[in-house]
Design a binder for this molecule. Structure first.
Ligand code: SAH
Length: 441
């Protein structure tokens, strides 16, 4: 992992003021916390009309409407990240996070034979901070990546956030091309001269050797919730409260519903959340990686098929009742990594989930922190670097709640030919960075 040795040469980025802020994985709850406000939002009115005309809706339908409805969805018209917003994420906390992920992609690019070109694809890029940090590493390691034709592809449904991403990642010296109705709805050139395009759907991204990245993306995809009852699985639905006007409540479906097909036959929990959209995306990523090569790195809070009721809301860095004032708060559910692994259907190999603190340690976070501390004489910056490190690594903060999970072509882990490997006439593939202990060469 020789690229890691060069970790010391990059500059210190401008301060990221974040602390104290809450990250979304901090709590998990059943959404029963006391309501802070009881606004009848336009989204609530829309949902009440919908339920009155077609009956109770699934939690998945509720999440989809509340978060990504093109007219009123929570994600569509606001910047919810950071101190002023509703929650904070790792790339917004520390530049080191994105830098180490940049190293991961370069390390995989080297391990898979330095292809002449690759696409960096980010799903749900927020403010574009993570891609920005990764691209800065690519520029700093320009001598390693020279002659490699890189392009950036962002999958984003939010109009507001796509504009912020464009500001972060391009200097708009080359004017952005916009076409709201097209699958590629915006195009430009990054600060370092790399072509960048925006899409609403992963399917529209050209096929080709790609590195896919999804940080805190899978947790916002809609989940169906099921409760085990004496009559079998029953889906949790959302209905209008008959006793209070303009209020929603959870109810159980009176009979079986189609999404039950997503529950495993041998499921032992009595409450489960299933996320068919996550399955569709993982299948698409697996197919692409198997056919055209590359890798996917997925980081999120979640579990390996063990947790039950994790659906929760966040507003202004506080837990928020998921049914109150819909459209004003973020909705999220823990990612079930066992389901993602199953959905890869053996087309690609998977690694993880490993805890964030383990992944970042393996990627050399301690060395990078030391380099940045040595370079900075300003006490407030040093303090911020140390606080950021603690937020990312402390088991009580994000260190153990967040996980890293990767999809890779089978040959990346097992070599091109098992028999030749066994006879040792072909070198074994190098370990995948982050998922095994860091080895200094
Ligand atoms: N990855 C960023 C932001 C996480 S918030 C970070 O870590 O800071 C979730 C992101 O996913 C936002 O950019 C949101 O607009 C986007 N998003 C939510 N649902 C989406 C969907 N269905 N398709 C594409 N992007 C989506």
């Amino acid at each position: 992992m020789s690229v890691l040795v060069r970790a010391g040469v990059w500059p210190l980025r401008a301060a990221r003021a974040v602390i104290p802020c809450f990250w979304r994985g901090k709590y998990f709850s059943s959404g029963k916390e006391p309501a802070e406000n009881n606004l009848v939002t336009p989204m609530l009115r829309h949902l009440i009309y919908k339920i009155k005309s077609t009956g109770p809706i699934t939690v998945a339908e509720y999440m989809k409407e509340v978060l990504t409805n093109p007219a009123k969805g929570y994600y569509v018209h606001r910047d919810m990240l950071g101190e002023e917003g509703d929650f904070i994420t790792s790339p917004e906390i520390s530049q080191i996070f994105g830098e180490l992920l940049g190293i991961w992609f370069i390390s995989e690019w080297i391990a898979t034979g330095k292809t002449a070109a690759f696409q960096l694809v980010e799903l749900g890029p927020g403010r574009g901070t993570l891609s920005g940090d990764i691209l800065r590493v690519f520029s700093q390691l320009g001598s390693v990546l020279k002659n490699c034709d890189i392009s950036v592809h962002l999958v984003e449904v939010s109009q507001k956030l796509s504009e912020i991403q464009a500001l972060t990642l391009t200097e708009e010296k080359v004017p952005l091309e916009r076409d709201a109705g097209a699958p590629v709805y915006m195009k430009g050139v990054t600060k370092s001269g790399i072509p960048i395009s925006w899409y609403r759907d992963l399917q529209d991204i050209p096929k080709g050797f790609s590195f896919y990245l999804a940080h805190e993306f899978f947790d916002v995809l809609p989940v169906h919730k099921f409760q085990k009852t004496p009559h079998g699985w029953r889906e949790v639905l959302i209905d209008i409260d008959p006793h209070v006007s303009d209020k929603l409540r959870f109810v159980l479906a009176p009979c079986a519903t189609p999404a039950e097909a997503f529950i495993q036959c041998d499921e032992t929990r009595d409450h489960v959340e299933v996320c068919p959209d996550a399955g569709v995306i993982i299948q698409e990523l697996s197919e692409r990686i198997a056919v055209t090569g590359g890798a996917a790195l997925i980081a999120d809070y979640g579990h390996d098929g063990t947790k039950t009721d994790t659906f929760r809301g966040f507003c202004g860095h506080k837990l928020h009742d998921v049914l109150i004032a819909p459209g004003t708060a973020d909705l999220t559910a823990d990612v079930d990594f066992s389901y993602l692994r199953r959905m890869a259907q053996g087309k690609v190999a998977s690694l993880g989930p490993v805890k964030q603190k383990t992944f970042l340690k393996n990627m050399g976070i301690d060395v990078r922190l030391k380099v940045l501390l040595d370079k900075s004489d300003e006490p407030s910056l040093r303090q911020q670097l140390l606080q950021g490190y603690d937020m990312l690594m402390n088991p009580k903060e994000m260190g153990e709640r967040f996980n890293f999970f990767a999809l890779l072509p089978h040959q990346r882990l097992h070599g091109r030919n098992h028999q030749i490997n066994a006879l040792q006439s072909e070198p074994s593939p190098s370990p995948v960075a982050g998922f095994s202990e860091l080895v200094w060469r």
